[in-house]
Ligand binder design. Structure first.
Ligand SMILES: NC(=O)c1ccc[n+]([C@@H]2O[C@H](COP(=O)([O-])OP(=O)(O)OC[C@H]3O[C@@H](n4cnc5c(N)ncnc54)[C@H](OP(=O)(O)O)[C@@H]3O)[C@@H](O)[C@H]2O)c1
Length: 266
């Protein structure tokens, strides 16, 4: 065990593999102590041991299934009350086949439990912890699918649209707060999520598939640049700004005291 780091601790969900494991590695190298959360304790411990050997930070492992209410409340309680925690990486998530008609609705419910309910409760706990100190960081892993209903993943995409909205709306609500927020929208990234959701990763066009180390490094660069929403593969941030401006153009007419003329009877 080393001394506590001056940066405090980062709690990373879904840290046993994939994007979460790379965040754990990068945040340790940035000097954050770590609280690593996932179900697979063996893998969490292996990562923790490596990071303890390679860095100076302390690493704690918390085995939790975030779709299990008791486990979720345990992590939530820790996030809400441990003032050494200064960052949350809200990363644990599952994808699915995308087939709305043929999929088991219980699988959708479980996906919503993890991708929406757990993400919301953990962000809320972190915000309650950080607000009195006017400091802290919440990074939420969304997906580009959340911007693109045409990709044909109705439930997964909706959970990720939720994460984008949550992050943006929270920024608006915490406009005067120094709490740092970021939604990360990876495109296809080389992790186990594909195999776990029954998709052969080898069937994916390699031109659209990013290495997980590159994805997380770009996302952290976006964070360092102060981006609220980061799309690691997007060359020109002005394209995102233009999309937001197009949405804002609807504002003056989103709520009025009478229907638009185009709906009146001729
Ligand atoms: N890879 C992509 O192409 C891609 C693209 C866009 C967005 N994303 C998003 O990025 C995030 C990470 O994805 P990834 O690609 O790294 O996925 P991954 O390789 O499948 O890893 C998912 C992580 O979440 C954990 N997890 C899964 N179910 C859990 C549960 N019930 N309770 C606690 N932890 C759980 C897993 O650990 P255990 O199994 O040990 O619990 C694992 O550590 C997700 O939110 C995903 O939607 C990924």
């Amino acid at each position: 065990m080393s001394n506590s780091s001056s940066k405090g601790s980062a709690l990373v969900t879904g840290a046993s593999t994939g994007i979460g494991a790379v965040y754990a590695d990068r945040l340790a190298r940035r000097g954050y102590d770590l609280v690593l959360v996932a179900r697979d304790e063996v893998r969490l411990n292996a990562l923790a041991e490596r990071l303890r050997a390679e860095t100076d930070v302390t690493v704690e492992v918390v085995k939790a299934d975030l779709t299990d209410k008791a486990d979720l409340l345990k992590v939530e309680q820790r996030l809400a009350t441990d003032t050494t925690i200064t960052a949350l990486v809200n990363n644990a998530g599952v994808a699915g086949s995308g087939d709305f008609v043929g999929s088991d609705p219980d699988a959708f419910e479980k996906m919503i439990q993890l991708n929406v309910v757990a993400v919301t409760r953990l962000a809320s706990a972190a915000a309650r912890n950080f607000a009195p100190r006017n400091a802290g960081t919440i990074i939420n892993l969304a997906s580009v699918v959340g911007l693109a209903p045409e990709m044909g993943m109705p439930v997964y995409g909706a959970t990720k649209a939720y994460v984008i909205y949550l992050t943006q709306a929270l920024r608006a609500q915490l406009a005067n707060s120094a709490i740092r927020l970021q939604a990360v929208l990876p495109g296809a990234t080389r992790t186990e999520i594909w195999e776990r959701s029954g998709t052969d990763i080898n069937a994916i066009d390699p031109n659209i598939l990013m290495d997980v180390d590159d994805m997380v490094d770009a996302a952290l660069a976006g964070f360092d640049q102060g981006e609220l929403v980061t799309i690691p593969s997007l060359p020109d941030a002005a394209d995102w700004d233009a999309a937001q401006a197009a949405r804002a153009k609807l504002y003056p007419n989103l709520s009025r005291n009478r229907p638009a003329d185009r709906f009146s009877k001729a």
